[in-house]
Design a protein around this ligand. Structure first.
Ligand SMILES: N[C@@H](CCC(=O)N[C@@H](CS)C(=O)NCC(=O)O)C(=O)O
Length: 287
């Protein structure tokens, strides 16, 4: 039996319904949300959009993905400006003038009330995310007692402290993962790097046990800021561990809460739209 391969792709891919991308924000540079009260932008105009997110041209960067996921979950309108990562090509001088390090993501606040309407520029994904939490309507808050305590009686301070703990577990995972993937010429099985990697997954499982009846880190019914931070890295960890180490982190017996989290995350439309695939991640991140 042979696999049939189309001889030629349709040349009108832009209008063929089979080729409409599922990522709404890639179609245009300004993303608005019909149901969002702050979506009062003129028909095709960019003028009133408060936020510009500078992110990498081909949507590989996990730090950019976490910020964009947050904007999507909060339904905050934003404009995207794509900037090359160094591996694709040069960055525009105007961008480098704003951000000498050249690191992405960058959030530009276009009409900031506190800076005489001069645009301000924020770097570092977590700083951007905390800024967005502080400067958006309370009902969209992804760190609020409402999100966090639907199933508990924790105070906002307790939630913030627990969120911090989760974010530390995320950084520990990122470090342990890259060590296991890349360190020691790839001969890491059975060694310290492998052990630390599994310990970092155990810590995540432990964080998820804080609110065991909810799929989410902070409890409640909606994904939180912690989900936005974790998802892009867990996606890459899952891919590269399967591809290069034959390790499945999505394992219902070993890490049932992480399993439930990953399955639930895959049902979140905003996340699904941002997700890449195992092979792309593996090829982008060889050991
Ligand atoms: N700590 C930074 C890390 C950002 C970062 O490392 N970004 C990489 C892309 S994943 C980057 O812009 N590198 C420069 C380049 O590749 O051009 C953050 O959280 O925002």
């Amino acid at each position: 039996s042979s696999i049939s391969v189309p001889q030629q792709l349709p040349n009108n891919t832009a209008t063929s319904s089979a080729y409409i991308p599922t990522r709404p924000w890639e179609l245009e540079s300004t993303r608005t949300f019909p149901a969002s009260p702050s979506s009062n932008t003129a028909a095709n105009g960019n003028a009133n959009v408060e936020y510009t997110l500078f992110r990498d041209t081909f949507y590989w960067c996990p730090y950019c993905q976490r910020v964009q996921l947050q904007l999507e979950l909060k339904q905050i309108p934003y404009r995207i400006q794509k900037i090359n990562m160094n591996c694709y090509g040069p960055k525009p001088p105007e961008f480098l003038a704003k951000v000498p390090s050249g690191l992405l993501p960058v959030l530009q606040v276009n009409n900031n009330k506190n800076s005489n309407k001069k645009p301000i520029t924020i770097t570092e994904s977590i700083d951007i995310m905390l800024f967005l939490e502080e400067n958006s309507p309370a009902e969209t808050c992804l760190l609020s007692a409402q999100t966090g305590t639907a199933l508990s009686s924790a105070s906002q301070n307790e939630i913030n402290a627990f969120a911090q703990k989760c974010l530390q577990a995320e950084r520990a995972l990122a470090g342990a993962w890259l060590n296991f993937l890349r360190g020691n010429g790839g001969r890491n099985f059975g060694g310290r790097a492998e052990q630390s990697f599994f310990q970092s997954i155990d810590s995540i499982e432990k964080c998820l046990s804080q609110y065991p009846s909810s799929a989410w880190f902070l409890g409640g019914e909606r994904p939180s800021l912690v989900e936005c931070v974790f998802a892009p890295f867990l996606e890459r960890v899952e891919a590269s561990m399967l591809y290069f180490r034959s390790v499945a982190i999505r394992d219902e017996c070993k890490w049932p809460l992480l399993y439930k989290w990953m399955q639930s995350m895959d049902d979140v439309a905003a996340y699904k739209n941002s997700k890449s695939d195992i092979r792309t991640h593996a090829r982008a991140l060889p050991p």
